[in-house]
Structures are given as structure tokens and as C-alpha cells.
Unconditional design. Structure first.
Length: 163
């Protein structure tokens, strides 16, 4: 089976956070590929990768970046596929710069922007699964099971006064 989701990183250091997207996709049994492609340092590589994504069978691209966070927006400008942006935490601004860069895209070039850091990485994978589940019963069943287990984990918590 070929990859249906791509995770692209602005730099190798983003992997510490984005490994959570990868492991969440694994929970759903979704094949995916991971690449480091800097929008600023390798724009030709980014253009080739995103420009051929649909033809290679990809359905969703998860793009992680910090600071100026150009990667998700540049990717969305190149491909018609859904692009889910995950802002990386930074010491300078806590990731707010990346969050704002991703969410303030011009009309017609959307980036579905998630939360900063690990919660955003996990939710990007869950959202990618939700998109794929629209046309894949196996992924839909895995997503339903994931959500059921999440609910049970909260519903079955004991009274906190007794813990």
C-alpha cells in the first residue's frame, strides 16, 4: 500500500513534535511518508514534491513549521490537496508567530491550522483520518474505535475525591 498522507517538516528538529502525528496515523493504519523540506532553503524541492503529490496518490499533507512558518502556505499554494498546518513551539514567541502565519492565509489558499505543538500534531493526524474516512470504511471504523476508546477513558474515571 502506498502512502496516502504526507508529513512534511520545515526542519529535522520538528520531528520531536511531529512523531506524534506519525504514531497517531499508525493507530489508524494509515500509510504515510515523512520528509524534511524547507520552504526557504529548498523551494524547488518543495514545488516538485507538492506539485506531484496528488499524482503519487497522496490525499492529505500535514505540514509543520515554526517561526515564519512558510511551509504549509507554500505547500497549499502548489497543491489542491488539503494541507493541515501544525505550528511549532518556539522560545521567542511560544509558537504564536507560526500560528498566525498559518492561519492568516489569503482567500483561496487555505491551510487548516491546528494547535501549537504536540496537540496540533495529534489533531492533524486525527483530522487527516477523518478526511480519509469519508471514502474508506476501514479508516472510518478505526476512527470510530479511537473515539469510542477516548470517550470510555473519560467516562470510566473514578470520583477524583477517591483517587
Amino acid at each position: 500500500m502506498s502512502a496516502r498522507v504526507a508529513i512534511i517538516l520545515g526542519s529535522q528538529s520538528d520531528w520531536d513534535t511531529m512523531q506524534h502525528a506519525s504514531s497517531t496515523l499508525d493507530v489508524f493504519g494509515i500509510e504515510h511518508e515523512v520528509r524534511v523540506i524547507s520552504a526557504h532553503r529548498a523551494p524547488a524541492k518543495l514545488h516538485e514534491y507538492c506539485g506531484s503529490a496528488r499524482e503519487r496518490g497522496l490525499k492529505v499533507i500535514i505540514a509543520a513549521a515554526g517561526l515564519a512558518a512558510a511551509l504549509p502556505g507554500a505547500c497549499a499554494a502548489i497543491t489542491p490537496l488539503p494541507v493541515l498546518g501544525v505550528p511549532m513551539y518556539s522560545k521567542a514567541t511560544g509558537g504564536m508567530d507560526a500560528l498566525l502565519s498559518m492561519s492568516q492565509m489569503p482567500g483561496g489558499v487555505p491551510v487548516g491550522t491546528l494547535a501549537i505543538g504536540k496537540p496540533g500534531a495529534v489533531n492533524a493526524a486525527v483530522l487527516a483520518a477523518s478526511i480519509l474516512a469519508l471514502g474508506d470504511e476501514t479508516v472510518a471504523a478505526a476512527l470510530d474505535d479511537f473515539r469510542r476508546r477516548q470517550t470510555e477513558a473519560v467516562v470510566n474515571l473514578p470520583d477524583p475525591r477517591e483517587a
